[in-house]
Design a protein around this ligand. Structure first.
Ligand code: AMP
Length: 395
């Protein structure tokens, strides 16, 4: 992370404070240039050049370090912009530099975090100019294995992988849900570091929404039914943020989970209808051993709620089995599943429906692959899930 300080301290005093902070955080340096609890450097002081043995400003190695220059671009495009255009990774290594001496930066350095639209645009433009393919994984953070599966798939299919972390206020129809949404940037960064992601885009709210968004969006049943009915405005909010991200990042592949199936189809429709140069890649739902679909919200479940939660997937599998054994009337499948869910007193069903998997249309009879989708409240916690099912005759 690169931060800008306004201070009356002398450069030497500033350095002393940095060193004190490092010591207080028990800086560990068993390996030279290896991982440390905290490493603070004075990089740049406006209009100053210092060349003392223990303090050199500008920092002599800052121009070697992608993880410094890329976030620095948020603060000072003049210094960093040129560097970024000239130093994109040449061999799929860390942006600009993969090694310092024998040290592989991929093993130690955290991915650069940027927070401005302009930096993301520059980074992506420079990567494409260099012939690199870009993969984008939009997220709201609080990572679990569902997120990491998307990121790993993205890394396996692209030269440069960018993960965005932004809790998008526009897609929360309940202010309390937005407030209580889990956030853990520190742990997220550790995960992204372990995965050696190339770049993290984590903007502030004002960066994405400097003024109110006026443009509206609707995509027929995709935005008005099921999730659209129970979370009015939610998918419109998703549309706005995803459209912004795609317009900033430009041509790329973007990775979305089937866990949020209606969202996936809505984003696909948006890309198709608006000719966006983005290929949407869908990734299967990652589950706990007992079948509960991983979700950032799962950490909010009490023990009793958590015990009830696997019932969703069990019921979905019952529906899938009925269809695959030959039941082709959606209403009969739905009725049986509703009965099965009712057994659990904590689970309040919001919707349970069967839609054609390709276009979300309502099948009078199940003749092509379908999705069985449901949303429930377990007390105050809302969970959604879905599975695919294929009519017996088609198999
Ligand atoms: P979120 O941070 O919840 O907005 O999710 C970011 C992306 O991860 C979305 O495309 C989700 O569909 C996807 N995702 C969330 N949970 C899972 C899961 N259990 N398995 C696979 N993908 C998931």
């Amino acid at each position: 992370m690169v931060a800008e300080l306004y201070t009356d301290l002398s450069p030497r005093n500033l350095l002393e404070i940095c060193q004190k902070l490092e010591n207080d955080a028990m800086r560990q340096r068993e390996i030279v240039n290896g991982p440390r609890t905290l490493d603070l450097d004075v990089l740049w002081i406006e209009n100053e050049e210092i060349d003392d043995p223990d303090l050199i400003v500008p920092h002599p190695r800052m121009f070697e370090r992608g993880f410094v220059m890329i976030p620095l671009n948020d603060l000072n495009t003049e210094i960093a912009g040129k560097w970024i255009r000239e130093n994109m990774p040449k061999e799929g290594g860390y942006p600009g530099i993969s090694h310092i001496g024998s040290l592989n930066l991929k093993e130690y350095a955290p991915p650069p975090i940027i927070s401005t639209k302009e930096s993301l645009r520059q980074f992506a433009d420079a990567a494409r100019k260099d012939g690199k393919t870009i993969g984008l994984v939009p997220t709201m953070g609080a990572f679990h294995k569902g997120h990491t599966s998307l990121i790993q798939r993205c890394q396996s299919e692209n030269d440069i992988s960018i993960v965005t972390v932004f809790v998008n206020p526009l897609q929360f129809n309940e202010p309390d849900d937005f407030k209580s949404y889990p956030r853990d940037m520190e742990q997220d960064m550790e995960i992204l570091e372990d995965l050696s992601v190339d770049l993290v885009f984590a903007p502030e709210q004002e960066e994405m929404y400097p003024e109110p968004v006026l443009l509206g969006f609707s995509a027929g049943a995709l935005t008005s039914e099921l999730e659209g009915e129970y979370r009015p405005g939610h998918l419109e909010g998703v549309f706005t943020i995803v459209a912004k991200l795609f317009n900033i990042a430009g041509q790329c592949r973007a990775y979305f989970g089937e866990k949020d199936y209606q969202q996936l189809l809505t984003v696909r429709q948006m890309v198709k209808d608006l000719c966006m140069p983005v290929e949407i890649i869908s990734c299967p739902t990652v589950r706990e051993a007992d079948g509960l679909a991983l979700s950032s919200r799962n950490v909010l479940l009490s023990q009793e709620q958590r015990e009830a939660a696997p019932h969703l997937y069990k019921t979905l599998l019952e529906g899938k089995q009925l269809i695959e054994e030959g039941e082709n009337k959606p209403s009969r499948v739905i009725k049986k599943m509703q009965r099965s869910l009712k057994v659990h007193p904590r689970i309040n069903l919001q919707y349970l429906d069967i839609r054609n998997a390709s276009d979300f249309s309502v099948p009078p009879k199940i003749t092509e692959p379908v999705r069985i989708l449901l949303a429930v409240q377990i007390d105050e916690i809302r969970l959604i899930d879905n599975v695919t099912a294929e009519a017996a005759a088609k198999k």
